[in-house]
Structure formats: C-alpha cells, structure tokens
Design a binder for this molecule. Structure first.
Ligand SMILES: [Fe+2]
Length: 289
C-alpha cells in the first residue's frame, strides 16, 4: 500500500487500501488529543472515511472525550447496552459475569450492511469502536465506500433514484428482521420511523453518496414490496470489492468511521466458543440532505 504520510511530525497516516481507510499512528489517545493533532485526524477522517488506531489502552472516559472532539455524542435508546456507567458507550459482549462465552450473539443486526443511526432524524456522523476482547476467528468489521457506490451507478439508475426518499426504522431492522432483543414499546415510541434521501450530499466534502443500508424499510410514495426490492437491489449494488476494506481486529485497536459515506457490517463469529467485547461511541451528525 502507499507509503506513510507524516503530518507535521505529530502523527502518521498510512492508507489501508487504494480508496478507503487509513491507519493513524503516533497518537496516544489516552493522553488526550491536542486541537492541532485532532484537526489532522479529522482531515484524514474526511479523506479516508475509515481510520484505524493501533493497539493501545483507552479507558472508557477517554474514548468518550475523543468522541466529543468530533461532535455531540449520542446516548443510545437501547439502554440495556450502556457500558460501565457511561451512557455514551454501547457495549457489545457475548460474555457472562465470569467472562465466559454465553453462546448468545449480542446484536445480530450488525451482521447486515448498515449505517449507524440512519433510523433517526439526526443521523450518525462518526462511530468510534474500541476492541477490548476480539475473537480469534470471525467478528471482523467490513466497510464499503458509498461515494463510490453512487458514482458507479449508471445514468439510468441515477435518474431512477433521484429525489427518492427511504423510510428508516430501527424496529424494522432490529425487531422484525432479526427478532432478538426486540425493542420495548417505550423504545419504539421514542424512535419512530424517519425518511431520508437515498442520495445524500456529504455536508463537509460536498460529494454525493448512496444512503441506505439495513435500517431502510420502504420508499416513500412507492408500493411497499416494490420499495423493498429496490432497497435490497441498491444495498447489494453498493458493495464493490475494490471499494471495500475488511478489518480483522487486534485487541486494543480503535476504529473510527464516517457513517455519512460508508456502510459497515460485522462478520459472524461463534458466540459459544469465541469471546468478543467491543465498546462503541456514536457521534451525532446532521439531518441528511
Ligand atoms: Fe453499526
């Protein structure tokens, strides 16, 4: 891969693929990130869409502090996942109180391509995940570039979807598609379905990208089944092997990605024999346009 770029001697940026992803080294996140270093990190975030920080100790409070440098940190509606007294962190773990695998996958919804927080009016900007314990087999995180996904649609596809809006619904993706840990009635009331454009313009880069994923249920103004077919077709068309980064975790790594222009998914692992504990912080972005 391309050689490392040194940024003012403060950090180094090494692209992970020709299009998507970069490793950021030279930053000890637990010490706090000075503003000038954060500006360089943020520029890399906009350029590479996915950032990887090499293994390091990162206490929960420091992860939240780093998240706050990106913007307002979300407190997730699914309160059963809140971690360590930090409601800003969402912990996914398959371990019991003794640290043994339970055999239960904590969130099967993560196995489908999606973008975090698309089920809210104000959607997710950055997601920041720290790998406390990672499995030896499986449990990878994959990313695909949604700028590239839009650019590669042919003119007839672009014309067909121009102006369309999809309704995103956490109850659909979580309760009806996967059926585990369904949302309570109170959680459903707190997060009703919302509609967003299928093609959004990134508010900072000004580039167009596809905006769908597994939370998208149907298309406004289109028969339900027809909309479902269109969404599934576009979700599949969005993934190109040369526009994808597949990350195999090492413990202590941190990944940051831009939900406005990538989709991601986790790969399966055996929750009866493997151990996986990750903590996630999601930064709120804006209403997509
Ligand atoms: Fe996610």
């Amino acid at each position: 891969m391309s050689s490392t770029i040194d940024v003012s001697g403060r950090l180094a940026v090494r692209p992970l693929t020709p299009k998507l992803g970069a490793e950021i080294s030279g930053v000890t996140l637990a010490d706090g990130v000075p503003d000038d270093v954060f500006r360089a990190i943020y520029a890399a975030f906009l350029r590479y869409q996915v950032l990887l920080f090499p293994p390091q100790d990162l206490p929960p409070a420091r992860q939240v502090a780093f998240g706050r440098q990106f913007g307002e940190v979300q407190v997730h509606v699914m309160s059963q996942y809140h971690a360590d007294g930090h409601p800003e962190l969402y912990r996914l773990s398959n371990l019991d109180a003794n640290g043994n695998p339970t055999g239960h996958h904590p969130d099967r919804g993560t196995l489908a391509w999606h973008t975090d927080g698309s089920w809210q009016r104000v959607t997710g900007q950055a997601t920041i995940i720290y790998g406390e314990i990672v499995p030896e087999i499986g449990g990878e995180t994959h990313f695909c570039d949604m700028y590239g996904a839009y650019e590669r649609l042919d003119a007839s596809w672009k014309a067909r979807i121009a102006g369309l809006r999809a309704v995103h619904n956490l109850d659909f993706s979580r309760t009806r598609r996967h059926g585990e840990d369904p949302m309570t009635e109170e959680q459903k009331r707190a997060k009703p379905p919302v509609d967003h454009p299928i093609v959004r313009t990134h508010p900072e880069t000004g580039r167009k990208c596809l905006y769908l994923g597994d939370h998208a249920e149907y298309i406004l103004g289109m028969p339900y089944d027809e909309g479902r077919v269109l969404i599934e077709e576009l979700n599949a068309l969005a993934v190109h092997s040369d526009l994808t980064y597949e990350h195999r975790w090492k413990a202590g790594e941190l990944l940051v990605w831009d939900n406005r222009c990538v989709m991601h998914r986790a790969t399966a692992y055996d929750p009866a024999t493997q151990r996986r504990v990750v903590r996630r912080c999601t930064v709120l972005g804006e209403v997509p346009v």
